[in-house]
Write a protein that binds this ligand. Structure first.
Ligand code: DP6
Length: 324
């Protein structure tokens, strides 16, 4: 008999970024980070352990893919559950446009939830977050809906995410699709290079840990100006540390700065909008519901047709379980 479990997890965008692992095997970060889980971008993953299988299989959006990273992650689940069976893993990325926004955060959060349940483990949200973290650091936060903080912790047991109290701020995020191609350098590789070669990395760690604490306070106070200022600063400080690496590198493209400058101009005109960029050229704009139309109008030239408006999304959850 086999047991198939399907889980859905939504991607998240960090307001206070995670950049750098102090333990690469356990994925323990240098700093805490704070994120917003998004409604419209998510991954559905089905896991089915089957003792008759000779190896794990993996498909993404119906296409067979190498199972290497997935197998390594399933090994963690097998070790925890005592299962020795291999598994079929099928993932579907739900991204409204062909956006190049597929994310390891939603992928590993959905995989952690589906695989642990299919293997018969009943993990607490904290333990699910710790497990998802081993696949991709940002996945630890996608176990939770809305705002989440990933505590840097001091070891495997203490480095996990948890939800932050709901804010009364009507948060919205507008994704500006600058480029849909593959990243030149993966975030994993570039984090290692930043730690090894950027003279700004120690300053980044010091500032960002303090920023995570300030962000928690600003959210609790529903102080959007402070939330936005901290969001932009964490992103730009992360990119400054990246740019200062040797050899130098940036994820920015010319249109990244075009979008960023439009956000600065909006703010100068009284619209509360703040930009954040991850390990790629796309720009995510944090604003409040009453200002979405103004932001979209200001970005229409040259980004019409490349804007996606979304808001806070729910926690990861089991969609379906079937035995046969
Ligand atoms: C810039 O979580 O993808 O999006 O742990 O190596 O899988 P790994 O990295 P990943 O990095 C995310 C980096 C970021 C910032 C963030 O999400 O906090």
């Amino acid at each position: 008999m086999t047991h198939a479990v399907t889980a859905r997890a939504h991607t998240n965008i960090a307001l206070i970024k995670y950049w750098g692992k102090r333990d690469a095997k356990l994925i323990l970060p240098y700093t805490s980070s704070v994120s917003l889980t998004l409604a419209d971008l998510y991954t559905d993953t089905t896991v089915e352990f089957d003792a008759a299988l000779a190896a794990d299989t993996f498909s993404l959006n119906g296409e067979v893919r190498p199972a290497g990273k997935i197998s390594a992650f399933l090994d963690l689940v097998r070790a925890q559950s005592g299962t020795t069976a291999h598994a079929h893993v099928r993932s579907l990325n739900h991204v409204p446009t062909a956006a190049g926004l597929a994310s390891s955060a939603s992928a590993f959060a959905a995989l952690a939830m589906a695989a642990s349940s299919a293997a018969g483990l009943a993990l607490s949200p904290t333990d699910l977050s710790r497990l998802a973290r081993r696949g991709s650091g940002s996945a630890s936060r996608s176990i939770f809906g809305g705002l989440a903080i990933w505590h840097r912790g001091s070891d495997d047991a203490t480095s996990f995410a948890e939800p932050l109290p709901a804010t009364t701020l009507p948060l919205k995020m507008i994704v500006v699709l600058v480029d849909q191609g593959r990243k030149a350098i993966s975030s994993r590789q570039m984090m290692t290079a930043t730690i090894a070669t950027s003279p700004y990395f120690p300053a980044w760690v010091e500032h960002n840990e303090a920023a995570a604490e300030k962000m928690v306070r600003a959210l609790a106070a529903n102080d959007f100006a402070q939330v936005g200022a901290l969001t932009e600063a964490s992103s730009m400080q992360m990119h400054a540390a990246i740019m200062a690496s040797e050899p130098p590198f940036t994820y920015f493209e010319p249109e990244t700065l075009v979008a960023w400058q439009k956000v600065q101009a909006l703010r100068a005109g009284g619209v509360p909008a703040y930009a954040t960029m991850d390990a790629g050229p796309n720009v995510k704009i944090l604003t409040l519901a009453p200002y979405v139309d103004a932001v979209v109008a200001a970005l229409a030239e040259p980004f019409a047709g490349r804007l996606l408006t979304t808001g806070p999304g729910p926690a990861a959850r089991i969609l379906k379980e079937a035995s046969d």
